[in-house]
Structures are given as structure tokens and as C-alpha cells.
Design a protein around this ligand. Structure first.
Ligand code: ARG
Length: 594
């Protein structure tokens, strides 16, 4: 039996063909609307008959019957098909089809090949993390990095060539004050010890020493102008600021499993902004106009942006965040030939990106440039359990490094406590406990962030994210480790080919339930990928782990009967494959023991 990876997509195609075969009026306009169904009713349901029939004053049930009668044999072989209510069509996978699906998609490569259709041949640039240099990353920088990396992996798995671009905030007026402070107060020893911390200290001193309208501020401005005009001393200093910042950021990225392809910060676009000003004013009619000395873009069709300007060049002639972002969009389109651009920042930059994208669309159309898909992926704030911004006990900002350290420490306390409860022969070494705690600690922070809808504020709770029960990383990592231990006991590896050849179709209710859930992995990928919302994948993995756990308590795996044993081991192997693939797509590391 041939089976498609995306069962729902395949059903959609079959139903469209059936509409033509059945001779439905206006068959090309029929949209099947295939969705995953409530498992009580089936695996998939097609709801499109209703709207289609209604618009044409037909009886939807009769239309559904015509469609079902015209379905190709392959669909009837694979599904129990029934019509429900006013004309919904329900599809339930037959055990033989479940087996065929599980046998076809039995390796990471097979899953990847199946998934690759969605973005095949496309290039996507993902702009995420993107902190400002000369400052430490704090808790506010967590979400962009974690969500951005998961999106990169989802896009890559679904076929895209992904370019990870760290759009560093490495330019701006703050560098005048920083250089002013640095030249006067830097401490070489402190700099060698923790460079960013020292840069933050001298910046604060520089800022305090240069109040508005003071001669000191004029001096700081002269440092900035010198930097902008290429003064070798200031340029060398500025370069060193970027280098030490990146080195510190990279330590955090390593812990989160992030590796950027490019670090093209704002400064990279300095010499590309003139072209932007020119092109935005040379269109007919011009997109940008001068208002109070500044160059601005209005969007007359928009309720707010018809009066709220998008400021693309300041009145003093200097470029700003908008100018460099316009240049960035152009560069990504021309240089990387991007089909899609994703920028991941918190929701407060919503207006900026809405105005940016509106401007880019009009400008690219006017110039006949290829227009990529543009997505601003936003997320809510990180708050404490009291709903207020997350702060240290004395009210300071929480540094990202300290937060990850604490995650590992807390996980370590849990892991060592559990370890002492094990029989002595099974206990982990102190070193193994460390490694497990590192993986669990970081994964918990990542997963807690990813598992809720990113648009909501994110309530940071150590107890919830480290809990062994519920939709958490420890729960899922534990499920993975438990399946590994079954294979160790059975003395076979999950990848054993013989498992595939000897397995029979699922029979018991728990086996069937689990197999049906496994075959829905492509839907979870698709929904998460299309909406750029990783929590849909998290929810799927959590439900899969639940179905696995029900299967595990209902049906013993390591039984003597070789047929049962082979079939159940195969289900264990596929669950493991799906859980590991899914968790790695989210950016988590997994364990074989814990
Ligand atoms: N550096 C900015 C910040 O810290 C984020 C940059 C996002 N990317 C962009 N192309 N504007 O808020």
C-alpha cells in the first residue's frame, strides 16, 4: 500500500479529484477543507461540502454521498469513510493503512523527506536574538533566541534553506558616550575578566558624566562623529566592543544550541541607506516625503499610519532603525534571494514592522523587485508569577547567563535527589548527574517558553517548568529515556530493520490510538510551520507522550509472543523517533537515560 506523508493533504487532493469525477457543478471551486478530527469521530474530516452545497442551493448530504462514491480505491482501502450530520465526511485510518504509514516513515530521513515539500527550493532568512552590543543579554532576550531557533529548525525540516542572521544592534548614538567613558575610566583588569560587564560600567559612567547641554556631551558627540568618519582609534575600539560582545553571546548560544550563519548588524547597512532614500523618493508618486526636515512615509489607506509617520531619515540627516531595516530587507532579497523573511522580536515593535512591511511592499512593487513573504513573529513579555516584569530579588534585571545557571542548578538538585532513591547499582555518577542536569535545566527553560502561544505573556515559574508531570520538558525527556530503556532491556536498537519487516498491524485499542496519533505528526508540523507557532508542535508531542503512556500501561511490550512483541516494539520505536525528532526541532537536546 502506498501512503503519503501528509495524509490530510493527500485526502484533500483525492477529494478535489472526486469532485471532478462525480461531475459536480463548478468542481474546480470545491474546497474540501480537510482537518484533523476529534479522534472519537475519525482521523480527518472534510467540511467543505457544506459551504459548497449551500452556495449552490444543493443538498449537502447528497453532495457528500456523490463525492464519497467517486473516491478512488486507494482512499477506500486506507480509510473507513462515513457521512455525518448535515454532510461532513469522516475518515478513519484502517489498521493496515496505519501499519503502512508507520513502515514508510520509519527513519529521521524518511520523515524529513516527507516533510520537505512545504518549503522545497525556498530560501528563508530568520532574524532572531539580535541583541545590542556592549550589553549583556538579559531575560528579555530569551524568547527571541528560543522561539527563533525553533522556527529555523521547523523551516529547515520542511525543506527551506535557512539563513540564520543575528541582526546586532551595533550602531547608534550610545557609542559616543561609551567611547567617552571608556577612554577615561576603563580598567584593564576588569576588562580582561568580564569585558561586557566592564563596558556596561564605563557606559554608565560616560552617560552620567554627559548631561544634556553640557560641554562633556559635546565631547561625547565628537567621539561619535569621529567614529562615523572612520577615526582609526575609535573604529578599533568600536570593533573590539562588537568582538567581546559576540564572544559573550556565543557562550549563551552554545548552551541553547544556536549557531548563526551571519551577524550582519545595523552597522553593516551604513553605506546602503543612501540608495534607500533615493529609491523611496524617486518613485511616482514618491513614497517618502520631507516633513519637518525628516524623511517620512505615510500610508494613507491605514487607519493609524495615515497620520503616524514612518521616520526613515532623521531631521539632522542621520539614519535610524527604520533606514537600516529598509536596507536590510533589500539586502536579504537581492543578496540572499530570500523567498521569506522572518523577524522575531517582542510585540512592542509591532508598529515598526507593520510600517516597515507596508513600505517595503509598495517600494518593491514600484521597483519591480521580487517580493518575499514578510513575517514579524512577535511574543509577549516574560513576567514573574505575580504578573509583573521578572526581576532579581533586589529589583535588578536578570541576566540570561545567571538564569541558565540557575536552571541547571535547580535541575541538578532534582536529579541528585532522585538519584539517591535508585538502587545503588543503577545510580548515576556525579559526572552523569551534571550532564543530565544541564540538559534538563536548559530544555526546561526552552520548552516552557515554546509550549505556550507566543503571543501571550509568558509567566516564568521554576516549579512548573521543572515538574515531571504535565506539558513540560522533564516529562517529555523522561518519556524518551523510558523508551530507550525498553530497548536496552529487549537487547535491540530502535532502528533495527527487522522490526519493520516483522511488525503486524495494530490491534488493541491502545495500539490503534497510539498509531493514529503517530500518523498525525505531519499535521502538527504543518500547523506549527504555517503559523510560525511552535506551541502546536509542543502540544502534539505532549499528547503523543500521553497516548504512549496509556499504551504502555494497557499493553505490555516485552511479552513472549514474538508477533505481539515485534508489533509493540515497532510502536515504541516510532514513538521514540517522533518524540526525538519533534524535540530536536524545538531546539531541545534529549537523553537516553535519566
Ligand atoms: N536590536 C533590536 C532590539 O534589541 C532587535 C533587532 C531585530 N531585528 C531587526 N531587523 N530590526 O530590540
Amino acid at each position: 500500500m502506498h501512503v503519503a506523508f501528509h495524509l490530510a493533504v493527500d485526502l484533500d487532493t483525492s477529494l478535489r479529484t472526486a469532485a471532478t469525477t462525480a461531475g459536480l457543478a463548478d468542481a474546480a471551486a470545491f474546497t474540501p477543507e480537510v482537518r484533523t478530527a476529534d479522534p472519537k469521530h475519525g482521523d480527518f474530516q472534510a467540511n467543505g461540502t457544506l459551504g459548497y452545497a449551500k452556495a449552490r442551493k444543493l443538498n449537502p448530504r447528497a453532495t457528500a454521498e456523490q463525492l464519497v462514491a467517486a473516491l478512488p480505491a486507494s482512499v477506500r482501502d486506507a480509510y473507513e469513510v462515513s457521512i455525518a450530520g448535515p454532510g461532513f465526511i469522516n475518515f478513519t485510518l484502517k489498521p493496515a493503512a496505519l501499519l503502512a504509514w508507520l513502515q514508510s516513515f520509519s527513519t529521521p530521513e524518511a520523515l524529513a523527506t516527507g516533510a520537505a515539500a512545504a518549503h522545497a527550493g525556498q530560501t528563508w532568512v530568520v532574524d532572531y536574538s539580535s541583541p545590542n552590543t556592549a550589553k549583556q543579554m538579559h531575560v528579555g532576550h530569551l524568547r527571541s533566541a528560543v522561539i527563533g531557533e525553533a522556527i529555523c529548525r521547523l523551516l529547515a525540516f520542511t525543506g527551506a534553506r535557512v539563513i540564520r542572521d543575528n541582526h546586532l544592534g551595533d550602531w547608534g548614538t550610545q557609542f559616543g558616550k561609551l567611547i567617552y567613558g571608556y577612554k577615561r575610566w576603563v580598567n584593564a583588569e576588569a576588562l580582561a575578566d568580564d569585558a561586557i560587564e566592564e563596558l556596561e560600567r564605563v557606559y554608565k559612567l560616560g552617560h552620567a558624566a554627559t548631561p544634556d547641554d553640557s560641554p562633556e556631551l559635546d565631547e561625547a558627540r565628537r567621539e561619535l562623529v569621529a567614529l562615523q568618519n572612520g577615526d582609526p582609534t575609535n573604529v578599533a575600539l568600536w570593533k573590539s566592543f562588537s568582538e567581546v560582545s559576540l564572544a559573550a553571546f556565543q557562550k549563551i548560544y552554545d548552551r541553547l544550541g544556536i549557531q548563526f550563519d551571519y551577524h550582519l548588524g545595523e552597522s553593516f547597512y551604513n553605506d546602503q541607506v543612501e540608495r534607500i532614500y533615493h529609491e523611496l523618493t524617486a518613485t511616482h508618486p514618491p513614497l517618502a516625503e520631507i516633513s519637518e526636515g525628516a524623511l517620512v512615509v505615510f500610508h494613507p489607506e491605514h487607519p493609524r499610519f495615515k497620520t503616524q509617520p514612518f521616520l526613515v531619515r532623521k531631521a539632522d540627516g542621520a539614519s535610524n532603525y527604520a533606514s537600516t531595516d529598509l536596507a536590510t530587507a533589500l539586502y536579504r532579497t537581492e543578496h540572499f534571494r530570500a523567498d521569506g523573511i522572518v523577524v522575531v522580536t517582542d510585540f512592542r515593535q509591532g508598529d515598526h514592522f507593520e510600517q516597515l512591511f507596508l513600505t517595503v511592499k509598495k517600494w518593491f512593487v514600484a521597483k519591480n523587485y521580487r517580493l518575499p513573504e514578510l513575517h514579524h513573529v512577535t511574543f509577549g513579555a516574560v513576567t514573574g508569577e505575580d504578573g509583573k516584569a521578572l526581576k532579581t530579588r533586589d529589583g535588578g534585571v536578570i541576566k540570561l547567563k545567571a538564569l541558565l545557571d540557575e536552571a541547571e542548578e535547580r535541575a541538578h538538585a532534582i536529579v541528585t535527589a532522585k538519584n539517591t532513591e535508585r538502587p545503588e547499582a543503577d545510580q548515576f555518577s556525579a559526572e552523569a548527574c551534571r550532564t543530565i542536569a544541564q540538559t534538563v535545566g536548559i530544555a526546561s527553560v526552552q520548552y516552557a517558553d515554546l509550549s505556550q502561544n507566543r503571543s501571550s505573556n509568558y509567566v516564568f515559574s521554576w516549579d512548573k517548568m521543572l515538574a515531571l508531570d504535565g506539558n513540560t520538558a522533564p516529562y517529555l525527556l523522561y518519556a524518551v529515556a523510558r523508551i530507550h530503556s525498553i530497548f536496552r532491556k529487549a537487547g535491540v536498537t530502535p532502528a533495527e530493520l527487522a522490526l519493520n519487516a516483522t511488525a503486524t498491524a495494530p490491534e488493541t485499542p491502545a495500539e490503534i490510538m497510539l498509531a493514529r496519533k503517530l500518523a498525525k505528526f505531519p499535521d502538527a508540523l504543518r500547523i506549527a510551520g504555517e503559523s510560525l507557532r511552535p506551541h502546536f508542535l509542543c502540544l502534539y508531542l505532549f499528547e503523543l507522550a500521553g497516548d504512549y503512556s496509556s499504551f504502555n500501561s494497557a499493553d505490555k511490550v516485552l511479552v513472549d509472543d514474538p508477533v505481539l512483541r515485534a508489533r509493540r516494539l515497532m510502536l515504541c520505536a516510532r514513538t521514540l523517533l517522533t518524540l526525538e525528532t519533534g524535540l530536536h526541532l524545538l531546539g531541545l537536546r534529549t537523553l537516553t537515560r535519566m
